[in-house]
Design a protein around this ligand. Structure first.
Ligand SMILES: [Zn+2]
Length: 338
């Protein structure tokens, strides 16, 4: 009983302290949340999902309830209008975003978002949606993450076809993705085909959204933004503008909506060149994965480059996996302002 009282006191003390800080500091500050996958604990595809980027529908609902008490939800259109015409955002604005274009966003996230009437913005990787059944990144990441394949072995098998042998020391998973991205589709699938078959069999079907589903989401009011075509880091592509523009063209043609005004940078990688290429290509808002809050003096975002706070289950839950408000509050509120 004493322990319970102590815990309750701590929560009140914390939420009071953070609440006051939040009210004082974040009135004219945009918070953008970044999610990726939403899967129930019992879902068999969880096994291959990156735990850092996966939340349960229950946790998503709890985070949104918390956000609804302390912030005002805004959608993509309001944010674009604020930047373009100075139409001020409400106090304590918060935007919910999802990256990549996972099918679980439609199945598990949409009902939760709809139940709380929360607008959201989905950044889709065009090649992932366009892929017939499996997008090649999926079996590659899945095989490495589940110990089906050794990173060094895959590295050796993915020797560049042109321009010499390339770097012969295995890099990290991101390096491996870039290396596979440079292969011909035939070479790539000769290596990844068996893993793709196994992944498909264990997942019981497609994991990414398809064009019809994207269209369905766009029609029901979900904002659609660009998350690259290849989903490789734009900083490592010879022609990042081509990747962004190709993605926009495909997403606009296949989502039934103008997907061309917002972009989130794949893997959070960007530099000055990426930003100016995106601006030149006509993107009006660019989203990073830098966990910072965005200043909005007078309700208008000061910059077209916006940071996002990732919601990682491990960072905001207690030992039983339930939302811990005393952890979520500082996670969201005590962020540097950009
Ligand atoms: Zn991504």
């Amino acid at each position: 009983m004493a322990a319970l009282r102590k815990a309750a006191k701590k929560i009140v003390q914390y939420s009071g302290g953070f609440g006051a800080w939040h009210r004082l500091r974040n009135r004219e500050c945009l918070t953008v949340l970044m999610f990726h996958r939403v899967l129930p604990l019992a879902d068999q595809t969880r096994q291959g999902a990156d735990p850092e980027y996966t939340v349960t529908p229950e946790l998503l609902a709890a985070v949104l309830r918390f956000a609804g008490r302390h912030y005002t939800f805004i959608g993509m259109d309001e944010l674009l209008a604020a930047r373009a015409h100075g139409a001020p955002l409400p106090a304590y604005p918060l935007l919910v975003t999802f990256d990549d274009g996972w099918r679980d966003n439609l199945v598990h996230a949409r009902p939760v978002l709809a139940a709380q009437n929360v607008p959201w913005l989905l950044f889709a990787a065009a090649d992932a949606i366009a892929a017939p059944e499996v997008w090649w990144h999926e079996p590659l990441e899945w095989a490495v993450r589940n110990g089906k394949a050794d990173l060094a072995e895959l590295w050796g098998r993915a020797k560049p076809e042109t321009g010499g042998a390339g770097q012969d020391v295995p890099g990290n998973l991101l390096d491996l993705l870039v290396r596979f991205g440079a292969l011909s589709p035939e070479h790539r699938w000769a290596i990844l085909g068996p893993y793709a078959d196994e992944l498909l069999a264990s997942a019981g079907g497609r994991l990414m959204l398809d064009a019809a589903e994207l269209n369905d989401l766009a029609k029901s009011g979900t904002g659609i933004g660009v998350h690259g075509a290849t989903h490789l880091p734009l900083t490592r592509l010879a022609d990042p503008a081509d990747d962004m523009v190709r993605a926009r063209r495909w997403l606009t043609a296949n989502s039934g909506t103008a997907a061309g005004e917002t972009i989130s940078f794949p893997h959070g990688r960007y530099d000055a060149g990426t930003v100016s290429a995106a601006r030149d290509a006509g993107f009006r808002l660019m989203f990073t994965s830098d966990p910072v809050l965005n200043r909005c003096p007078g309700g208008v975002p000061a910059s077209d480059v916006l940071g996002r706070v990732p919601i990682a289950a491990a960072a905001v839950t207690d030992d039983s996996g339930r939302l811990a408000p005393e952890r979520l509050a500082p996670w969201l509120i005590l962020r540097e302002r950009q």
